[in-house]
Design a protein around this ligand. Structure first.
Ligand code: PLP
Length: 412
């Protein structure tokens, strides 16, 4: 999305910084592109962890075109899904550490589809369902022994807390099929995030479909549903456009026609999942410059937004390496090399080291594009006790919703 600069300036003046602005027109466009790149009957699960803001997740369910379903992993995300109007039947509950308490909550709230990450997880799902007098469906999450293309985040092929090792499925198939209160309805194969390019994405999907076919044999269960994962890509706090996938649909159709000939009739139903692609480019982060200083010849631009506002997981050296790029909004401003740092009392509070930034002074506002995914939700919001950033939701020029998360300690 191209930034609506006059609106951004107006909002920053009115609400101050740090400020996220999410444009629902961008969310709509991403949803259209994603459904357009997939075979017609596919389901899309939106991974709430990318951004659980209720107005964004509501936009993914309403409006024109096919609606996203919800992929959630906590009672907080469950509450957001319900508030945004997702029926329990459109929710997939995932995660390796689902507690008995949260499973009971989900069942009571109408969720009937769970990704099961181990035999014990499956047993807990069944117990929660039985306690409520219902039966749940489970997708067995598979940790495939064969790992494929390189992507920025891999979750299969190695020992992890995620999924059931594919090589053990045949051996424990009878146990998996016989857990009271839960029916094995299908498979969940999530192996990559943020695929490098279309070729890598397609390669991983085709591999996942082969793994699903093999697992169907090993399990001795006719799959009703299979979630073949994701990996759809969008720049993260860098300029640039969402990836497009012109060859994906044909490649998936051809593969499914040979591997699961009933898929066009919904046997099995096929789903993919996406977080960042659907919301990433709808968001812009506005950060105020608090100080500019020079230390031993190096320039530091100190912002009011650090890893407490954006990319906190990368500040810990984990998962999401971040080096933001500041939008220069074509204003012809000169740039200079500087480190962009946040306000926190830790040297880890860095958004960009020795990067090109517009020449700035105290009081300027910098614009960081493509920050709609893994913003506040993936940041160290509590660390050092600063207020959470303000989040504004707009559609074009219309401001719909402005809010901020508050942390309040309450007696329990
Ligand atoms: C994080 C996650 C996603 C979303 O990943 P993106 O790269 O944001 O699309 C989807 N599915 C599962 C199981 C995840 O853990």
């Amino acid at each position: 999305m191209t930034a609506n600069t006059p609106l951004l300036e107006k909002l920053a003046a009115e609400y101050g910084t740090p400020l996220y602005v999410y444009d629902l027109d961008g969310v709509d466009a991403a949803r259209r592109d994603l459904f357009g790149a997939l075979p017609e009957s596919f389901d899309v699960f939106y991974a709430f962890k990318a951004n659980p803001h209720v107005e964004l997740v509501r936009a993914l369910r309403t409006g024109e075109g096919p609606a996203c379903k919800a992929e959630i992993s906590s009672t907080g995300e469950l509450a957001a899904a319900l508030e945004a109007g997702y029926p329990g039947t459109d929710i997939l509950y995932t995660g390796p550490g689902k507690t008995r308490g949260e499973l009971a909550r989900a069942i009571v709230d109408g969720v009937r589809l769970f990704s099961a990450e181990s035999l014990s997880d499956l047993t807990h799902i069944g117990e929660a369902a039985l306690a409520h007098g219902v039966t749940a469906d489970a997708l067995l999450r598979i940790n495939s022994a064969t790992a494929g293309a390189s992507t920025s985040i891999r979750m299969t092929g190695t020992p992890t807390q995620f999924g059931i090792d594919s090589e053990t499925v045949a051996e424990i198939a009878a146990q998996l099929r016989d857990v009271p209160g839960v029916t094995v309805a299908g498979l969940h194969l999530f192996s990559q995030s943020n695929a490098r390019d279309e070729k890598a994405l397609i390669g991983e999907f085709l591999r996942s479909i082969d793994v699903a076919a093999a697992m169907q044999e090993d399990l001795g269960v006719r799959l009703r549903m299979m979630d073949i994962g994701g990996g759809f890509s969008v720049p993260y706090a860098q300029a640039g456009a969402r990836a497009q996938y012109p060859g994906l649909r044909a490649a998936l159709e051809e593969k499914l026609d040979t591997t699961f000939p009933g898929w066009r009739q919904g046997e099995p139903r096929v789903a993919v999942e996406s977080g960042r692609y659907l919301v990433g480019d709808s968001g812009t982060l506005l950060a105020g410059v608090s100080n500019v200083k020079v230390s031993r010849g190096r320039k530091f631009v100190i912002l009011d937004a650090g890893i407490n506002t954006f990319g906190g997981m990368s500040g810990l050296g984990r998962l999401l390496p971040v080096s933001v790029v500041v939008d220069t909004d074509g204003a012809g401003r000169a740039t200079e090399k500087a480190s962009l740092v946040g306000p926190l009392c830790t040297p880890g509070d860095i958004l960009g080291r020795e990067i090109e930034v517009p020449e700035t002074a105290d009081g300027d506002v910098l614009t960081i594009p493509n920050t709609g995914a893994y913003g506040p939700t993936a940041s160290l919001l509590m660390f050092l006790g600063r207020p959470a950033p303000t989040e504004a939701v707009v559609r074009g020029d219309e401001v719909l919703h402005v809010s901020r998360i508050e942390h309040i300690r309450t007696p329990v």
